[in-house]
Design a protein around this ligand. Structure first.
Ligand code: SF4
Ligand code: SF4
Length: 717
C-alpha cells in the first residue's frame, strides 16, 4: 500500500524495491515466462476480435447497470438470496459485519476478493471476528500483515524461503522450502478453519442478471469450500461485475485465464444460483447474501472518458507486461489495485492523495493497452488522471512555465539556439556534453547527453531541399524538436532516402514540438495549443502524407491530436484529416514508396545490426517488422535481440523523474543487444537514440546507435 506523501519520498521507496535482488529476479522470470505463455494460450484464437467483443458487451452492460442490478436482485431474491447495495466501502463493511452479528458468527473464512481488499474488509472485521484468508497467497500476506502485490498472485514478491520462515513461525515447527511441502502445510492448517467457520466470504467474477447467479474463477478450490461449508455465505462484488447473461460471462471466461496466467481455463469455475442446502444451517438451507459495492462506480459509468475502466475483468495482465511493475513490484506500483489499472482505480476508489505520485510512474510504453482483456486505453487514461490531479491541485510553476514556453514556438526555438551558444565550453567533440549541468549529476549520470546541433534542420532545409523531379507524392515533413535541434543529420538522411523514392517534400517552418512532453507532465491544455499550431503549420489539405521519423511524435500526432482538438470547432475536423495522413518513416519508405532490396547496394555488410522497436512505433502505431525488413533489405546483417520491443527507459520526462528506473530499463536493453554481438543498433525514434547512445557511451559499449534513416541513406545505390 502506498504511503508516500510526495514524489521524492515515493521515488525513494521505488529505489528500495530496485535494490531488492530477489524481487527483481522473480519479476524478470515471471515477466519473461508470462509473455511466452500468453502467446501460446491465445495461439488458436482471434485474440483481438475476442477483446473487441468483450469491450463491446461490457460497454453495453455498463450503460445499464441500474437495470441489471434490479434484474439480478429480483432473480436472486426469488432464489432465497438477500441482495444489498453499498454506496461506499465503509457501508459494505458495515453490512457484512451486521450479517455476521445477526447470525452469531465467530469465525469467517474468506476466498480471494480484490473488492474486499478495496474496502479493507479484514481490517473492519478483525476486531470482532476471527477472519482467515484461504487463498494461499492471500493467507501468506494476511499472516505478514501486507497487501497484495499482484491482483492474481498476491504474494508474488516473496521467496519460498520467506514463506518457509513464516510457516515455521505460524506452525511452531521448522518447515522446508520445498514448494509442494509448503502448500501441504497451508492445506493442513486451513482445513480446520473451513470446518469451524460460521461464515464464508467470497468475491464474484460475474453477477449474472438473467439468473441472479454469481460466478467464481479460481485455481485452488478454496472458494468452493468457503462458499459451501459455512452456514452463511456473503459474496462481495463491484457493480461492474453485473453482466446480462451467462453468454456474456462465458465470453469473458475465454480471455480471463489466458490473459491472467496463460492458462486455457482455471482449475475451478463455480456458478452459484440461490441459497443452497447446508447441513449445518438452521432449516437445512444456507443463508446467502450478495453485497454489491458502488464506491464511485455509478459515477464512473456516467463519465464519457472513464466508463471504459469498468470493463476491467481484473486479469492482472496490465501489470504482467508493465516494465515499471517488473522493476518495482506491486507494492510500489499501486495502492491496493496495482499495475496500469491500479494507477487509475486508485484515484477513483482511494482518492487523489493516494494517486498523485503513482500516476507519474508510468513510462507510457503502451504494453498494458496491447494486452488488456477489455481493450481499455490505459496509458491515455493514466495521463488523463495526472492531468485531472494537476487541475484539482493547481499546476506546478515549472510545468506551467514549460507549457507556456513550448507553445511560444519562436521563444522556444530562440532559447534552444541560445543554449547552443552556452554549451560551447562543455562539448567533447563527439556530439556529447563533456560535463553535465549540475542538475544532471549523480542519478542522472547514467547516460551521456547530446549537444545541441550547430545548425538545426530548419536552417539546413533550403540547402538540402531536393529539386522536384518525377514527383510522386506531396509530403509534409514533421521533425519534432529533438530531430530539428539535436539530430538534424537524421532528418537529412531521411530526406535523401525519400528523395530516392521520388517524394516531393516540404518542411513548414511554423511547426513546433509535438506536445507529448507536455501531456506526459499533465499539461493537457498547453498540449492542445501546440497541437493546433502544428495542424495549422502542416495543413493536411496540402499533403498526401505527413511523415515523421520520430515514433513518439507520430503516435502523438495520430492518436492524441484528434482528441486534444475535439472541442475546437475550427480545428477538430482538420485535426482528424491531419491525423489520417500521419505516417512513420519506415512504413512510408517501405509500404508507400516501395523502397526495397533493389534500391540498395548489393554488397552485404557483415557488421551485425540489432534493432530497438520503439514503444510508440510497435504498439502506438502497430508497425511491427517493417523496419527489420528494411534493415535486411538494405544488406545489413540483422540480428534480433531478446525483448526487442520492450521499452528502453527513455519516456521523455519519465527519465527525469525516475532516473533510477530509466537506468535499469536502459541497461537491460543494452545487455540484450550486447548478447547478440551487434556493433550497430538502429531504431526509429530520436528519443530512443538519445537514451541508447548516451547509455552505450557511459558504459563504454562498442556499439554505434543510429536512426534507421542514417543507415538506409548510406546503403542506397
Ligand atoms: S503504459 Fe507502460 S509503463 Fe505505463 S502502465 Fe502501461 S505498461 Fe506500465
Ligand atoms: S485493465 Fe485490462 S489488463 Fe488490466 S486487469 Fe483490467 S482487464 Fe486485465
Amino acid at each position: 500500500m502506498q504511503k508516500s506523501t510526495n514524489l521524492s519520498e515515493y521515488r525513494k521507496s521505488c529505489q528500495e524495491a530496485l535494490g531488492d535482488d530477489f524481487l527483481r529476479e522473480a519479476m524478470d522470470k515471471f515477466a519473461t515466462a508470462y509473455r511466452a505463455n500468453r502467446v501460446n494460450a491465445f495461439a488458436d484464437m482471434h485474440e483481438k476480435e475476442l477483446i473487441a467483443e468483450i469491450a463491446e458487451s461490457k460497454d453495453a452492460a455498463i450503460a445499464r447497470l441500474p437495470e441489471l442490478f434490479e434484474q439480478f436482485r429480483a432473480k436472486a431474491e426469488a432464489a432465497g438470496v438477500k441482495v444489498h447495495l453499498a454506496r461506499t466501502a465503509g457501508e459494505a463493511n458495515e453490512i457484512i459485519a451486521r450479517i455476521a452479528r445477526d447470525n452469531g458468527v465467530k469465525k469467517i473464512v474468506k476466498s480471494k476478493s480484490m473488492t474486499a481488499e478495496e474496502t479493507l474488509l479484514n481490517h473492519a472485521l478483525e476486531d470482532e471476528f476471527e477472519v482467515v484468508e484461504t487463498d494461499l497467497g492471500e493467507w501468506i500476506i494476511q499472516l505478514r500483515h501486507e497487501g497484495p502485490s499482484h491482483m492474481v498472485m498476491p504474494a508474488i514478491h516473496l521467496s519460498r524461503h520467506q514463506v518457509r520462515d513464516l510457516f515455521s513461525e505460524v506452525t511452531g515447527q521448522q518447515q522446508e522450502s520445498d514448494i509442494q511441502k509448503l502448500v501441504k502445510v497451508a492445506r493442513r492448517e486451513l482445513r480446520r478453519h473451513y470446518a469451524e467457520a460460521d461464515m464464508g466470504i467470497s468475491g464474484a467474477n460475474f453477477a449474472i442478471a438473467e439468473t441472479g447467479s454469481i460466478g467464481l474463477v479460481t485455481n485452488e478450490g478454496n472458494a468452493r469450500l468457503v462458499t459451501t461449508l459455512p452456514r452463511v455465505h456473503v459474496a462481495l462484488c463491484g457493480l461492474d461485475k453485473l453482466t446480462p447473461s451467462i453468454h456474456d460471462a462465458l465470453r469473458v471466461l475465454k480471455a480471463l485465464p489466458r490473459n491472467a496466467t496463460g492458462q486455457a481455463l482455471t482449475s475451478y469455475v463455480t456458478w452459484i444460483t440461490g441459497a443452497n442446502e447446508c447441513a449445518t444451517a438452521e432449516g437445512g438451507r444456507k443463508e446467502m447474501h450478495v453485497v454489491f459495492l458502488d464506491n464511485g462506480r455509478s459515477a464512473m459509468a456516467e463519465d464519457p472518458d472513464f466508463a471504459q475502466v469498468l470493463r476491467c475483468v481484473r486479469c492482472g495482465a496490465c501489470a504482467n507486461v508493465c516494465p515499471v511493475y517488473r522493476l518495482v513490484g506491486g507494492h510500489k506500483m499501486g495502492h491496493i489495485y496495482i499495475g496500469a489499472i491500479g494507477l487509475i482505480l486508485t484515484y477513483f476508489f482511494h482518492g487523489r492523495d493516494k494517486a498523485r505520485n503513482l500516476v507519474q510512474n508510468c513510462i507510457n510504453c503502451g504494453a498494458c493497452k496491447e494486452v488488456c482483456a477489455a481493450g481499455i486505453d490505459l496509458p491515455r487514461l493514466i495521463k488523463e488522471i495526472h492531468s485531472r490531479i494537476l487541475d484539482e491541485d493547481g499546476h506546478p510553476t515549472y510545468s506551467d512555465l514549460l507549457g507556456k514556453l513550448m507553445k511560444n514556438r519562436k521563444l522556444f526555438h530562440t532559447l534552444l539556439r541560445t543554449a547552443k551558444l552556452g554549451q560551447a565550453p562543455l562539448k567533447d567533440g563527439e556530439g556529447f556534453l563533456r560535463h553535465l549541468p549540475l542538475m544532471f549529476f549523480k542519478e542522472h549520470n547514467y547516460r551521456a547527453l547530446p549537444t545541441i546541433a550547430e545548425k538545426p534542420f530548419r536552417d539546413m532545409w533550403k540547402e538540402i531541399e531536393p529539386k522536384l523531379t518525377g514527383t510522386k507524392l506531396r509530403v509534409g515533413l514533421f521533425a519534432g524538436c529533438v530531430q530539428d535541434f539535436v539530430y538534424p543529420e537524421q532528418m537529412a538522411a531521411a530526406v535523401k532516402v525519400m528523395d530516392h523514392g521520388k517524394a516531393h517534400m516540404d518542411f513548414p517552418m511554423e511547426q513546433s514540438c509535438c506536445g507529448l512532453p507536455l501531456q506526459m507532465m499533465g499539461e493537457t491544455a498547453h498540449a492542445a495549443e501546440v497541437a493546433a499550431q502544428n495542424v495549422a503549420a502542416l495543413d493536411p489539405a496540402r499533403y498526401d502524407y505527413i511523415v515523421t521519423l520520430c515514433a513518439s511524435c507520430a503516435s502523438q500526432l495520430k492518436h492524441s491530436y484528434p482528441r486534444l482538438l475535439a472541442d475546437d470547432p475550427a480545428m477538430s475536423l482538420k485535426a482528424k484529416q491531419f491525423a489520417d495522413k500521419v505516417i512513420d518513416f519506415s512504413s512510408f519508405v517501405r509500404d508507400v514508396l516501395g523502397i526495397g532490396a533493389d534500391d540498395f547496394q548489393n554488397v552485404a555488410v557483415t557488421t551485425k545490426t540489432a534493432y530497438h522497436a520503439p514503444c510508440h512505433l510497435c504498439r502506438g502505431l502497430g508497425v511491427v517488422g517493417t523496419s527489420q525488413e528494411l534493415i535486411s533489405d538494405s544488406g545489413l546483417d540483422y540480428v534480433k535481440a531478446d525483448e526487442e520491443d520492450v521499452c528502453c527507459g527513455f519516456g521523455g520526462t519519465f527519465s527525469m523523474k525516475f532516473p533510477e528506473e530509466s537506468k535499469e530499463l536502459l541497461n537491460k536493453k543494452l545487455d540484450n543487444v550486447a548478447k547478440t554481438g551487434a556493433k550497430q543498433l538502429l531504431t526509429d525514434c530520436p528519443g530512443c537514440v538519445m537514451q541508447l547512445r548516451g547509455g552505450a557511451r557511459r558504459r563504454g559499449d562498442d556499439l554505434q546507435v543510429r536512426h534507421i534513416a542514417e543507415a538506409l541513406a548510406e546503403r542506397l545505390k
